[in-house]
Design a protein around this ligand. Sequence first.
Ligand code: SAM
Length: 284
Amino acid sequence: MKRNYTTPSGEKLSGFNFKKSLGQNFLTDETVCEKMAEDIDKDTFVIEIGPGAGVLTKHLCERAKSVVAIEIDSRLIPLLEKELSNYDNFKIICNDVLKTDLLSVIKENSNGAKKIKVCANLPYYITSPIIMNILNRRLPIDSLTVMVQKEAADRLCAETGSRAAGAVTAVVRYFSEPKKLFLVPRNSFTPSPKVDSAVIKLDILKKPPVEFSSEECFVTTVKAAFLNRRKTLLNTLSNALPIEKENIKEILKSLSLDENMRGENLTLVELAALSNKIYDFENK
Ligand code: SAM
């Protein structure tokens, strides 16, 4: 989709071909960037995902000790280098964030920063994989402040066991304390997306709120429990897991869980207990 866009330094990009397939909706409202960067200070190393033309990056560089931005679209690299040439605390990596070893990025670039944060206006087509990847890998980060679609924000910040919850909700609640910060209307971007957005913050917990025998088994159990919302817990688990239905029935009974309930209604504590029983069953 070809559009005109003015970069943060005032350079006019006429007829830039915004790639919908890469979720390219660039922010035009800089007050959003100011608010997103509010808690960044000179003790902080920041990873930004998808800097685009550098509108948020500039605010991050102003405030942070250093910033590494990971951008998949090679057309944007010369533009970013020019836009951010005034900052010597900035580095760009041209790569797919899902194929980037973020732990090495942190080790090689954080230079003893006291805090490590992710701050990004995420490409919406891979919001969940990016967040899940960062959380599941247990990277040594303090928080993620990210802009996502409003509906995704509702799900990511929902209470487990509530109607708005999804598999991602339980994983987010296990690793972090999620908060909705503010809404961003669709007309704050070029091109304007079809939906509104919201900025959320996930503060990473030092200690998980519940104990598991295996984090891997927890993630598998959560995915299985939420796989088919219209099916009963018994049916969705027996479809998704390599365990006989009769055995799943026994596991649910031993936990006093109703086999006819829906997976989305399980609380985090119930999901923990279920995943521990499944782990014990698979490893006996
Ligand atoms: N930060 C800019 C802003 O706020 O204006 C751009 C945000 S735009 C919603 C998403 C950005 O992520 C685009 O620059 C896009 O090229 C980039 N992107 C998309 N997929 C990516 C991936 N897999 N890895 C890294 N960057 C990606």
